[in-house]
Design a binder for this molecule. Structure first.
Ligand SMILES: Nc1ncnc2c1ncn2[C@@H]1O[C@H](COP(=O)(O)OP(=O)(O)OP(=O)(O)O)[C@@H](O)[C@H]1O
Ligand SMILES: [Mg+2]
Length: 133
């Protein structure tokens, strides 16, 4: 299985630059500051692969994920997830994938991810068939 079909995530040169306005040295003038959150990131993920995406605080991990789910539009580069363009096809993509950001209210340090989901399933009384689907 090495054909293009099993590529579920394709990221080529993904870049996100936030433009911030900061108060300059002299209080009246606002300076334009470019924050390079993600710069030229490329990788692919195949069906069935489990990967980690590591980096220190502020490295751009969350910004990358937000581009992958279409919440943020990349400043440059190309992203495909499940054959879709996340920024242009965000709602269609949301029917295919979900993202859990690991706040304390949704994930438990001592539990595997699978068990955390199972616990939340019980809290919200989601039937197991629906949960698996
Ligand atoms: N909306 C925004 N406007 C301006 N700068 C932003 C914005 N969102 C993120 N940044 C900046 O972009 C950089 C990357 O942030 P990001 O949240 O993607 O990092 P992270 O790897 O998820 O960090 P953490 O480990 O703390 O979650 C940081 O410098 C951050 O301050
Ligand atoms: Mg983050």
């Amino acid at each position: 299985m090495t054909d293009q079909d099993d590529l579920v995530i394709e990221v080529a040169g993904a870049t996100k630059t936030f433009v911030q306005r900061r108060r300059g040295e002299r209080r009246l003038r606002r300076e334009r500051v470019d924050v390079h959150a993600v710069r030229d990131v490329s990788f692919t993920v195949r069906a069935g692969e489990i990967i980690g995406y590591l980096g220190p605080n502020g490295a751009g991990k969350s910004t990358t994920i937000k581009m992958l789910i279409g919440v943020l539009t990349p400043s440059a580069g190309r992203l495909r997830v499940a054959g879709l363009d996340p920024a242009r096809q965000r709602i269609a993509l949301a029917r295919r994938i979900g993202v859990v950001f690991g706040q304390r209210s949704t994930l438990w340090w001592d539990l595997p991810l699978r068990d955390s989901f199972e616990l939340v399933r019980h809290l919200y009384r989601v039937p197991s068939g629906q949960f698996r689907a």
